[in-house]
Design a protein around this ligand. Structure first.
Ligand code: UTP
Length: 295
């Protein structure tokens, strides 16, 4: 493999799920468009791609998800209106959203699973490595997780998934990796032996949970095509990753940063508070306000 073919240029953002954990908010609007402080979730994810050096984003949408495409489009009428009102800074902010990166869309007609959603991007990705970022997981911070994974891929040529430590009593909520711990210099990166979906604390092979960020070689598409529908008739990405781990090798990388599963109501609230506290405009006022609450 030449160095050039290891370069990761594209990202797939699956955003076609039904968001049932967030009903009724998601009855008529995509959960990826719920706003944390002042930006929809999916914009945080797109900004992570841009900060990582991705130049082509493929979003997998579905029924009722048109607002996502509109959000990343130009909006001449709105920009014109803002300009006329003398709000050029807001007009620029709106315009820049459409200018961030090149977007393509593909549609998942039925929510047949995360693996199925990724497989739908096969033609648009082509024969090159790519990143996958879940549209409802946000990981803010100065060191974008996708960039961390791209660095591992570009160094090793192996697929790599982001993992984080979770308390053992919570393993049943996550995909958990079984890893070979080595004494290599890069102790954050480990070879994956297996992946287990939602194991009980006693059965969990580790406390490292899969976090919703991946950099994968194009061979994952072949693995997905050979993956039979599992639980609920869905094609699980985890099953295809297990095949990839056996056949080509797969790495887990303990990333630097903190994730929020904002597709879950409590996770969304925590993200709102933490990102609100960081806000340069009103973070300190918000902190003052929180201090006044009798908790
Ligand atoms: P989730 O399981 O978090 O999403 O999938 P969901 O199915 O929308 O949510 P709940 O569990 O019903 O509340 C993780 C990611 O995979 C996408 C989702 O949009 C989300 O970003 N996904 C999931 C798809 O694109 N297609 C699917 O068939 C399933």
């Amino acid at each position: 493999m030449t160095n050039n073919s290891k370069r990761v240029r594209k990202a797939v953002l699956p955003a076609a799920g039904l968001g049932t954990r967030f009903l009724p908010a998601t009855k008529a609007q995509p959960k990826e468009m719920l706003s944390v402080v002042d930006k929809p979730l999916i914009q945080y994810v797109v900004e992570e791609c841009v900060a990582s050096g991705i130049d082509n984003i493929i979003i997998v949408t579905g029924k009722g998800k048109n607002a996502i495409e509109d959000h990343f489009d130009f909006s001449p009428a709105l920009e014109d209106f803002l300009e006329k009102k003398g709000k050029s800074d807001l007009a620029k902010l709106v315009h820049d959203i459409g200018n961030m990166v090149h977007f393509s869309y593909t549609r998942q007609k039925e929510p047949l699973g995360l693996g199925h959603a990724v497989l739908l991007a096969k033609e648009l990705v082509g024969d090159e490595p790519f990143a996958v970022l879940l549209g409802d997981v946000i990981i803010p911070g100065p060191n974008p997780v996708t960039r961390q994974l791209m660095d591992v891929y570009e160094r090793t040529g192996k697929g790599v998934i982001a993992v984080e430590e979770v308390p053992r009593e919570r393993t049943g909520l996550y995909g958990i990796v079984d890893v070979e711990r080595t004494s290599s210099a890069d102790s954050r990166t480990m070879q994956i032996r297996d992946l287990v979906e939602k194991p009980t604390p006693a059965e969990a092979p580790s406390t490292l949970a899969v976090t919703g960020r991946y950099v994968l070689p194009p061979e994952i598409f072949d693995c997905l095509e050979r993956t039979k529908p599992g639980r609920g008739g869905e094609i699980q990405l985890t099953d295809a990753l297990r095949l990839l781990a056996q056949e080509k090798g797969l790495l887990a990388h303990v990333y630097e940063g903190k994730s929020h599963d904002a597709g879950d109501k409590l996770g969304f609230l925590k993200a709102t508070v933490e990102i609100g506290l960081e806000n340069t405009e009103f973070g300190s006022d918000f902190r003052e306000y929180l201090r006044t609450l009798k908790l």
